[in-house]
Design a protein around this ligand. Structure first.
Ligand code: SAM
Length: 277
């Protein structure tokens, strides 16, 4: 990475401010297939198990929703009965999130905060949160070292950090989606695969989260070991891990986009890390 991280962070924020409207319209109240099929089932199960000894969230669980966008996960968590403090560095997205808040508004507080800024993060309150959640956002952050360093202070003892990210090994900006035809023992088959040419070295590259967004944003790509080692270095252990692929019956939204044709290749990783004290 040769570009200055502060400049990249500023560029990222500007992109999300510009793209907020398109993002909000696409995700709406309920989110897309990526969210509903790949991310949420694993996130919800990791959070349930982490916040109570029986099943389901405790009504007084306090969850920190990191980079909440238009409040998709915030609303789900509040509907499950949690108290949610949610933040994003895009004030336009926080405005959208406030508009979409439903009957559970009394359980939610929103803030405009930059996750790369230590003092802003600490202003969220120390020792307050049972769990922190970040859905599909860590790879959008110019720097996640500060967040991993501050989280142990924000969380209660033995608190958990549950996050989903695009699978760094299969779903990165070097991925090429392929369809090829073969004769398999007399049966003509189309084989769907993904060719990846970069994984090990952290890398940033501009790309599109949604095909019709006005401004490309920067992706900050890191191998899995980067995320896990950062957690281990800051006092977390890994106690939940799922690689998530679309089931075969899920149609492709675009002919070679993610969907059931790639059911053997995971597009998303969901992990739970837990503080050891
Ligand atoms: C792909 S969106 C996901 C939004 C939301 N978590 C969801 O599931 O819909 C990534 C989000 O990360 C936010 N983001 C990126 N860098 C950030 C930072 N440094 N601090 C706070 N939010 C950030 C963006 O503004 C955007 O809302």
């Amino acid at each position: 990475m040769t570009e200055n991280l502060d400049d990249l962070n500023r560029e990222t924020r500007e992109a999300w401010e510009v793209n907020a409207d398109v993002w909000d319209k696409r995700m709406g109240d309920e989110g897309n297939d990526f969210f509903n099929i790949l991310c949420w089932p694993a996130l919800a199960s990791f959070l349930n198990a982490s916040t109570t000894l029986s099943t389901g969230l405790q009504p007084d669980s306090h969850i920190l929703d990191i980079a909440c966008g238009n409040g998709l996960t915030t609303r789900r968590l509040a509907e499950l009965g949690a108290q949610v403090t949610a933040f994003d560095f895009s004030s336009n997205l926080i405005d959208k999130a406030k508009v979409r808040l439903n009957d559970h508004a009394s359980r939610v507080t929103f803030h405009v905060i930059d996750a790369t800024d230590e003092s802003q993060l600490l202003s969220l309150g120390e020792g307050k949160y049972d769990s922190a959640l970040s859905n599909m956002a860590l790879f959008d952050m110019a720097n996640i070292e500060t967040l991993f360093k501050v989280l142990p202070k924000l969380l209660k003892p033995n608190g958990t950090f549950v996050f989903s990210i695009t699978h760094p090994a299969f779903n990165n900006s070097s991925s090429v989606h392929l369809a090829e035809e073969m004769d398999d023992n007399g049966e003509i088959k189309t084989v769907y695969s993904i060719k990846v040419s970069r994984y090990m070295t952290p890398h940033n590259q501009r790309g599109l989260a949604l095909r019709n967004q006005p401004k490309p944003q920067v992706y900050f790509e890191r191998p899995l070991q980067y995320y896990l080692n950062l957690g281990f270095k800051n006092g977390f252990i890994l106690d939940g891990f799922e690689e998530r692929a679309f089931p075969p019956e899920i149609p492709q939204f675009f002919p070679l986009g993610w969907g059931g044709k790639f059911s053997e290749l995971p597009a998303v990783v969901v992990a739970r890390m837990r503080l050891t004290s």
